[in-house]
Design a protein around this ligand. Structure first.
Ligand code: 26Q
Length: 836
C-alpha cells in the first residue's frame, strides 16, 4: 500500500461510473440459494477439498455466504448515510466486545432455516458450527460489551451511528487455571482470518506522534501552528457489518489497524541496513497489537496513550474528510450535523484533536473551532472510583503529543478565567477544577478535559449519575448543571434472550407473540402468566434444559458435576475487590461450615458458579481467584458436602460463555459495595433470563428492584449513604467476634483449611477483611448477606413461588433493553432521527 495518503480526496462516496456499476440489487441477484453458495465458497473461495469434512472450513464458507447477503443492505445503508444531510453520530470507544457474529447475522437476516438446510448436507447443526467461531474479545468487560450492545440497538433503530475502535491483533487474554492460580495466554483471535471484516485501504489516514510545534504566520499574516518532525503511523480501516434486526439496515463498525508508512522506516533508519529498517516497522505496528487487559485505568503507559490518540485522530480525520468531500471547507454546520460520543475518557483526546484539526488543518479560528467542538462532543462516565479516573503525565504528553498539550493548556487557561468569574469567593476552586493537577509531576485530568469540552456528561445508572453530581464532579455540576444527565445502561434482548435462550424465546413467542424482539417493553404482557400453573411448568422445563447445557459446559471445563436439581447461584464478572467475590466465597464457606456441623435442615442443594478474569497486574484480584479455586477443591472433594454444595470457578469467562451461563442461572449475585458499581449489565442479562437477584442498592440493581418489585428481589447490605457513614467507625474484628457464624467461618479460612500446603498465602485477604480501613466493607455486609441467602434458600423450596417470581422478573425487564437506552441517547443527547 502506498504511504502517501491523500486525506482530501481519498474519501469519495461517488459511485463507480455507470458503465461498470453493479447496483446492490444486481449484485444480490447473482447470489444463489445459501446451500449452493456455501458449496461454492468451500470449493472456490477457500479451495477446500470437501472429501475430508472440516468444520473450520465449513464455518468460513457459511460465514462468507452470509456476509455476501449482508453486503447489499450494507451498501444501501452506507449510501444513504453518506448522502444524507441529517445529523450523524460516532461512538468512539477503545473497546467493542462483540463476541461471535455468525448466529447474530443469521438471525437478523432471517436466514435460520436456510442455514440449517445448507448445513444438513454436512451433518452438522448451526449451533455446532457456530462453536467454530472465535470470540472477538476486543474489550475487558462491561464498558466494551455495552458498546457492542449499543451498536446492535442503533442498527435496530436505524440510527445513523458509526462505531470507531481499534483492531487489536490480540484481544482479551485467555485465562487458564493452574494449581488454583490464573495464568494468562495471548488471544490471537485473527489467526484463522476474520470473515466479518472488509479492509478499506483507500480510506487510510496518517497519525502523527512526537516532534515539536512551530508557530508562524500564513500568507494573510494570521498566526498559525504546525506540528513538525516526529513521525507518522498509518491507520488502516477494517469495517465490520452491524446488521439491524430484519430491517434492511446494516451499520458499520470501523476498526483501525496501525501500519508503518514506507518513509517512516527508510528515513528514520537509513543509517542501518535495509532489512533492519523494514523490521523496524514493528514499532509502528505495535500500537494496535494488544488490548490493555485492565478494567480500571493503568496510568502512565506510553503505548496506551498512543492507542488512545491513534483511535481519536484517525476517526476524526475520517469524519472530517467525509465532511469536506461533501461540503468543502465550510464548517458552519459541522457542529450541529455531527456528534461524537466518548465511551469514558479513553478517547478524551478527541477534544484537543478536533480543535487541532479545525485550526491547524482547516484554518478555523480558536473561537470557531471551540464552538464546533463543544457542540459535538458528549462524554459518558463509567466509574465512581476516584482512583480509576485517567490522568496522564504532562511530561509524557509533551513528548508524545506536543501540539495537543499546547491546546489543552489554552483550553485550561480560558476555562480557569471563566471559573474565576463564576466562583469569585472560592479560593481553592482553581486548583480543584484545573485540567492540570499541579505538583512535582503535573498530570492532565482527562475527565475534566472531557467535561469542559462536551455539551453532555452522562452517568450509566440513576444512582451513579446522582453520586457523580454530588461527589466526583460536584464543582462541575455546580457550574454547568444542564450538562449532566443519566442514561441507565441496557443490553440487547436479541443476543441476551432470543439468541442465547432459544427455549425461552419460543415460549415467549407462543405466549405473547414475537414483538418483544424489536420492542422489549412488550415483555410486560408476560406478567399475566405468572400464576398460571401450566405456563409455570413450561417455564421450569426451559430452565431445566438450560441448566443441563451449563452442566455440560462446567463438566467439560472443570470436571465438576453440577446437579440439575440444585439451585444455580452465579457470579460472573471481572474480578475486583469492590465487586466482592470474597463476600460470595465467605458465604460458601459458611454453608460448608453448616454442613460440617450437621445443621443442614431445610438447606437446598446449591451449585455456586464464579467466573471472571483478574487484571494480570492486580495482585489481590489474582489472590481472590486462587482462594475461590482452593475453596472449590476442598468442598467438591468432601463427600459430606457433595449432595448439598458445589463450588466452581469457571475459567476463561467471556461473551460466548455468558450465552450459556445466563439462561441457566437461577440466582444472580450483584453484591458490590454500595456506591461503587456504576451500573452493571450482567445483572440485566440475568434478569431477562428469569434469574432472581440477590443484591445491594448499587448501580442499576436499584432500578431492577424498582421494576421487579421489592418482593421479587433479595436485598441486603448497607446503602451508599450508610456505607459512607459506616466507614467513619468500622470495626470488623468486633463484628466477627460477636457473630458466631462469622467467627466460625473465619476460623476455617484463617486456620488454613483452604491452603494446607501453602501456609499464609491468603493472609493478605484475611487481613484486608479485618482492616478497619477496608474500603469494601465486606464484613459489614456479611451478616445481612447470610440472612438474605437464607431467604433465597427458603423461597427456592417453594418451586411455584420461585417460578412466579422468576416470570415476574423477566416480565419487568423491558426497561433494560439497550433499545430503550439508545432511544434516550438519540432523543436527549444526540438529537438524531432514524434514517429508515
Ligand atoms: C484505562 C486506562 C488505561 C488502561 C485501561 C483503562 C480502562 C479500561 C477499561 C479503564 C476502564 C475500563 C472499563 C471499565 C468498565 O467496564 N466499567 C463498567 O462499565 C459498565 C458499562 O457502563 C458498567 O455497567 C460497570 O458498572 C462499570 O464498572
Amino acid at each position: 500500500m502506498s504511504a502517501s495518503v491523500d486525506t482530501q480526496s481519498s474519501q469519495s462516496h461517488e459511485s463507480v461510473p455507470s458503465t461498470t456499476a453493479i447496483s446492490p440489487e444486481a449484485a444480490q441477484a447473482v447470489l444463489e440459494n445459501l446451500d449452493r453458495e456455501v458449496a461454492r465458497h468451500l470449493a472456490l473461495t477457500l479451495a477446500h477439498d470437501d472429501s475430508k469434512f472440516d468444520p473450520e472450513y465449513l464455518y468460513r464458507a457459511l460465514a462468507t455466504a452470509v456476509r455476501d447477503r449482508l453486503v447489499r443492505d450494507w451498501r444501501t445503508t452506507h449510501a444513504r448515510f453518506a448522502q444524507s444531510d441529517e445529523k450523524k453520530v460516532y461512538y468512539l470507544s477503545l473497546e467493542f466486545l462483540i463476541g461471535r457474529s455468525l448466529t447474530n447475522a443469521v438471525a437478523n437476516l432471517d436466514l435460520d432455516e436456510d442455514a440449517r438446510t445448507a448445513l444438513h448436507a454436512y451433518g452438522v447443526t448451526l449451533e455446532e458450527l457456530a462453536e467454530q467461531e472465535h470470540d472477538a474479545g476486543l474489550g475487558n468487560g462491561g464498558l466494551g460489551r455495552l458498546a457492542a450492545c449499543f451498536l446492535d440497538s442503533c442498527a435496530n433503530l436505524q440510527l445513523p451511528v458509526v462505531g470507531y475502535g481499534l483492531r487489536y491483533e490480540y484481544g482479551m487474554f485467555h485465562q487458564q487455571i493452574e494449581n488454583g492460580q490464573q495464568m494468562e495466554s495471548p488471544d490471537h483471535w485473527l489467526r484463522n482470518g476474520n470473515p466479518w471484516e472488509l479492509e478499506r485501504a483507500e480510506d487510510a489516514r496518517r497519525v502523527h506522534f512526537y516532534g515539536h510545534t512551530e508557530h508562524y504566520r500564513d500568507e494573510e499574516g494570521s498566526p498559525r501552528v504546525r506540528w513538525a518532525n516526529g513521525n507518522d503511523v498509518l491507520a488502516l480501516p477494517f469495517d465490520m457489518p452491524v446488521p439491524g434486526y430484519r430491517n434492511g439496515t446494516v451499520n458499520s463498525l470501523r476498526l483501525w489497524k496501525a501500519c508503518a508508512t514506507d518513509e517512516f522506516d527508510l528515513e528514520e533508519f537509513n543509517a542501518g541496513s535495509y532489512p533492519e529498517a523494514v523490521a523496524a516497522k514493528n514499532l509502528a505496528e505495535q500500537i494496535t497489537m494488544v488490548l490493555y487487559p485492565n478494567d480500571s485505568s493503568e496510568n502512565g503507559k506510553e503505548l496506551r496513550l498512543k492507542q488512545q490518540y491513534f483511535l481519536v485522530s484517525a476517526s476524526l480525520q475520517d469524519v472530517l474528510a467525509q465532511w469536506v468531500s461533501k461540503n468543502g471547507e465550510d464548517f458552519s454546520n459541522f457542529g450541529t450535523s455531527n456528534c461524537f460520543q466518548l465511551n469514558d475518557t479513553h478517547p478524551a483526546c478527541a477534544v484537543p484533536e478536533l480543535m487541532r484539526l479545525l485550526m491547524d488543518e482547516h484554518s478555523l479560528s480558536w473561537d470557531a473551532a471551540w464552538d464546533i467542538t463543544t457542540q459535538c462532543m458528549a462524554y459518558t462516565n463509567h466509574t465512581l472510583l476516584p482512583e480509576a479516573l485517567e490522568r496522564w503525565s504532562v511530561g509524557l504528553f509533551s513528548h508524545l503529543l506536543p501540539r495537543l498539550l499546547e491546546i489543552i493548556y489554552e483550553i485550561n487557561s480560558r476555562f480557569l478565567a471563566q471559573i474565576a468569574e463564576h466562583f469569585p469567593n472560592d479560593a481553592g476552586i482553581q486548583a480543584r477544577m484545573s485540567l492540570v493537577e499541579e505538583g512535582e509531576h503535573p498530570h492532565i485530568r482527562m475527565a475534566y478535559l472531557a467535561i469542559v469540552g462536551s455539551f453532555s456528561v452522562n452517568g450509566v445508572a440513576g444512582l451513579h449519575t446522582e453520586l457523580l453530581k454530588a461527589g466526583l464532579f460536584g464543582d462541575f455540576h455546580a457550574l454547568w448543571p444542564e450538562k449532566f444527565n443519566n442514561k441507565t445502561n441496557g443490553v440487547t434482548q436479541r443476543r441476551w434472550l432470543a439468541h442465547c435462550n432459544p427455549g425461552l424465546r419460543d415460549l415467549l413467542n407462543e405466549a405473547i407473540g414475537d414483538g418483544w424482539q424489536k420492542d422489549l417493553s412488550r415483555i410486560s404482557e408476560l406478567a399475566s402468566f405468572a400464576e398460571d400453573g401450566a405456563f409455570r411448568e413450561k417455564w421450569r422445563a426451559v430452565k431445566q434444559a438450560n441448566k443441563r447445557r451449563l452442566i455440560e459446559l462446567v463438566e467439560r471445563e472443570t470436571g465438576v458435576q453440577f446437579s440439575e436439581s440444585a439451585m444455580f447461584d452465579v457470579q460472573v464478572k471481572r474480578i475486583h475487590e469492590y465487586k466482592r467475590q470474597l463476600l460470595n466465597v465467605l458465604h460458601a464457606i459458611h454453608l460448608y461450615d453448616r454442613i460440617l456441623e450437621g445443621k443442614t435442615e431445610g438447606m437446598v442443594p446449591r451449585c455456586i458458579l464464579i467466573g471472571g478474569k483478574a487484571a494480570p497486574g492486580y495482585h489481590v484480584a489474582k489472590l481472590i481467584v486462587h482462594l475461590i479455586n482452593n475453596v472449590s477443591d476442598v468442598i467438591n472433594n468432601d463427600p459430606r458436602a457433595n449432595d448439598l454444595l458445589k463450588v466452581v470457578f469457571l475459567p476463561n469467562y467471556r461473551v460466548s460463555a455468558m450465552e450459556v451461563i445466563c439462561p441457566a442461572a437461577e440466582l444472580s449475585e450483584q453484591i458490590s459495595t454500595a456506591g461503587k458499581e456504576a451500573s452493571g449489565t450482567g445483572n440485566m442479562k440475568f434478569m431477562m433470563n428469569g434469574a432472581l437477584t440477590i443484591g445491594t442498592l448499587d448501580g442499576a440493581n436499584i432500578e431492577i428492584r424498582e421494576q421487579a418489585g421489592d418482593e421479587n428481589f433479595f436485598l441486603f447490605g448497607l446503602d451508599a449513604a450508610e456505607v459512607a457513614e459506616a466507614r467513619k467507625d468500622y470495626r470488623p474484628n468486633e463484628i466477627i467476634a460477636n457473630d458466631a457464624d462469622i467467627t466460625r467461618l473465619m476460623q476455617l479460612l484463617e486456620g488454613g483449611m483452604f491452603n494446607e500446603s501453602q501456609p499464609g498465602v491468603f493472609s493478605m485477604l484475611t487481613a484486608g477483611l479485618r482492616n478497619p480501613h477496608d474500603p469494601w466493607l465486606t464484613i459489614a455486609d456479611l451478616r445481612s448477606f447470610i440472612d438474605a441467602q437464607k431467604r433465597v434458600n427458603d423461597v427456592y423450596r417453594d418451586e411455584d413461588r420461585w417460578d412466579t417470581m422468576s416470570i415476574l422478573n423477566t416480565a419487568a425487564s423491558g426497561w433494560f433493553s439497550s433499545d430503550r437506552t439508545i432511544a434516550q441517547y438519540a432523543d436527549e443527547i444526540w438529537n438524531v432521527k432514524a434514517l429508515g
